[in-house]
Design a protein around this ligand. Structure first.
Ligand code: F6R
Length: 613
């Protein structure tokens, strides 16, 4: 996730900016840059790679004083629009190089704005959505930077945290945010901006948290605040007591908990990137190169490992349900050594958070050799998977630092649903009206996820009673079975509890022999047509002494008498529930690990990216 810093004061800005960026490295990034305003005017230096590359680039200039100034902005970029490269790195400037902008977020209407600016003679130097902002501010600049920014903001759709400086307005930094974080640090004779508190702690613990659409104007000796209409606004100063490590985690105890909480935003970002909102809502996959020919496939094969394979398993159900197309979900490590039957008319969907998993890449290359066309779903721009696939659909989850995948999984699901729905529309298995209804349901999921998270104390209380079970089994049918697989994996990998997932109908074909009074059975029950069947399964395990937890919709009463405990989730249409029903299971796994005194961010024997076999 991009990181922003900014400084205005009486010290040299370069070391402060570099230091701040280093404190934001934990957010993940692929390039870095700074803009400094001093006697030599506005100077921008940026480069692909880690911060050290940038430091080496500016080392001599900075030591000799030729890159000097007491105000500036800096940025670490996590690529979204355009590959990691020097030219796509931030800051971006207007054509004359007099206005510099750093940005975290997504400008949804950037393509429209870019076309409009090009019609006005503006030449672009990067593939980023951010560059339009610098040109727009310049377009409106008439001697007053604040006014120009306010005018430019009126044209921007999407999310942004921005730091802006201008050579002809040399004594202030303008900062603004909408749906992306930005904090203002209030120092003595100096003020700062940052995406996150860790970058500020060395300078000040007094901060202002910007609200959506608020604008801050930072001078050396004061900070002024305005609302989006340019009217001045009062703001309360907050004092931060966190230590540096808590600050990196945004005040959460662990990255995993932070990432679980980031899901509403990650879901919104992933969906927004792919929805056309003008006229009737529709799915925009043309931008990634998808056309009707893809939906003519004879079969879809989804290939992945671990959690990503669970997303693929849900994908199989979704493709069958929405698009009525034969679909297989394959474990990449099995697939690559099998002798599978290929058809050049197959479409392969390869899912990988990192885009670097060895087995997944091997399976992709095998499919490619057999002539299949390949869609990648990944979280990492410029990853091997992204480079080698025919089409790439990015999950907009931001970097996932905890080893156990959470927000990558739910955003993978969002991508899978969007592709399956578009296949359905093109294959005539769903109508435009139905598609509109499903898009509406997808749009509501972020709010529903936030509602589940707001109830997390309930799950924490449950975990504090049930964290020491020797066996935990998850069961469900259809989409709920696939969520059971993911929930059992989450629990075993971070809490080391023996957990398994069963298709509930399989119970009596063997697994029920394991059920006794030391067992907790979690029944995921969101497939309305199968509630009766699930109720019978719950009764069967209860009769053998198991404790039972049911996860179902808030308005379903049919498990009230059977289950020992019920977690309720907001209602959505049944095929879309995995994005919601997995959240209580992620939280349960997290709290079990914490109760057992384990570090959920770094489970034993596991690595975040499995780049070797
Ligand atoms: C589990 C987990 C792993 C990964 C798997 C694939 O929480 O994170 O099972 O899902 O190693 O990794 P990617 O998605 O990077 O290919």
């Amino acid at each position: 996730m991009c990181g922003i810093v900014g400084y205005i004061g009486n010290e040299e800005a370069v070391p402060v900016l570099i230091n701040g960026l280093r404190k934001l490295e934990y957010r993940g990034y692929d390039s870095a840059g700074i803009a400094v305003l001093g006697g030599q005017g506005l100077l921008v230096r940026k480069s692909k790679g880690v911060l050290k590359v940038l430091e080496e680039k500016i080392g001599e200039e900075s030591a000799s004083g030729s890159l000097s100034g007491s105000m500036g902005i800096g940025h670490t970029r996590w690529a979204t629009h355009g590959e990691p490269s020097d030219s796509n790195s931030h800051p971006h400037t207007d054509v004359a190089g007099k206005i510099a902008v750093v940005h975290n977020g997504i400008i949804e209407n950037h393509a429209k704005l870019k076309a409009w600016l090009e019609d006005h003679g503006v030449g672009f130097r990067s593939e980023t959505d951010t560059e339009v902002i610098a040109h727009l501010i310049d377009f409106h600049y008439n001697g007053d930077l604040l006014q120009a920014v306010l005018e430019a903001l009126k044209r921007l759709e999407g999310s942004y945290a921005l730091g802006i400086i201008c050579e002809s307005d040399p004594d202030r930094i303008i900062a603004v945010r909408k749906e992306s974080p930005l904090v203002i640090g209030a120092g003595k004779g100096e003020n700062l901006i940052a995406s996150d508190v860790p970058a500020l702690l060395e300078y000040t613990r007094d901060v202002y948290y910007l609200e959506d659409r608020e604008v801050a104007v930072l001078y050396r000796d004061r900070v002024e605040f305005y609302n989006g209409e340019g009217q001045s606004a009062a703001k309360e100063l907050s004092h931060v007591d966190w230590d540096a490590s808590a600050a990196e985690k945004g005040g959460y105890e662990h990255f995993m908990l932070k990432e679980i909480h980031e899901q509403p935003k990650a879901l919104t970002d992933t969906l927004r990137a792919r929805i056309k909102t003008y006229a009737a809502k529709s799915i925009n996959l043309e931008e990634i190169g998808f056309d009707a020919s893809w939906a003519k496939a004879g079969r879809v094969v989804i290939c992945a490992c671990g959690t990503a394979w669970h997303a693929g398993t849900i994908g199989k159900y979704a493709f069958e349900h929405f698009a009525r197309i034969p679909t297989d979900a394959e474990i990449a490590s099995e697939y690559r050594y099998r002798n599978p039957i290929h058809d050049p008319a197959d479409i392969f969907i390869i899912i990988s958070q990192s885009g670097e998993t060895a087995d997944t890449l091997a399976a992709m290359r095998m499919a490619r050799k057999a002539g299949a066309r390949i869609i990648a779903i990944t979280n990492v721009v410029g990853s091997t998977l992204a480079r080698e696939a025919d089409l790439v659909m990015y999950t907009w989850a931001g970097p996932e630092i905890a080893v156990a995948s959470t927000k990558a999984f739910t955003t993978q699901l969002m991508c899978v649903y969007l592709i399956a729905l578009q296949f359905g529309l093109l294959r005539g298995t769903i109508t435009e009206t139905e598609l509109n209804g499903y898009i509406g349901a997808l749009e509501q999921l972020a709010g529903h996820a936030a509602a589940i998270l707001a109830d997390k104390e309930n799950i924490q209380r449950f975990a504090s009673r049930q964290f020491n079970k020797s066996k935990v089994f998850f069961m469900g049918r259809l989409f709920d079975y696939a969520v059971s697989l993911e929930s059992a994996l989450k629990l075993k990998e971070i809490s080391y509890t023996h957990s398994e997932a069963f298709a509930a109908g399989e119970l009596k074909h063997g697994p029920i022999a394991l059920v006794d009074t030391s067992t907790l059975v979690v029944a995921i029950c969101t497939q309305s047509a199968l509630f009766d069947k699930m109720d019978s399964n719950i009764k069967e395990v209860k009769a053998r002494g198991a404790a039972t937890l049911v996860i179902t919709y808030e308005d379903v009463a049919c498990f009230d008498k059977t289950a020992d405990e019920i977690f309720r989730i907001p209602r959505t249409c049944d095929p879309l529930t995995p994005i919601l029903s997995v959240i209580p299971c992620q939280l349960y796994a997290y709290y079990c690990a914490v109760q057992r005194g384990l570090d959920p961010d770094k489970p034993r024997n596991l690595a975040k990216s499995v780049t070797v076999e």
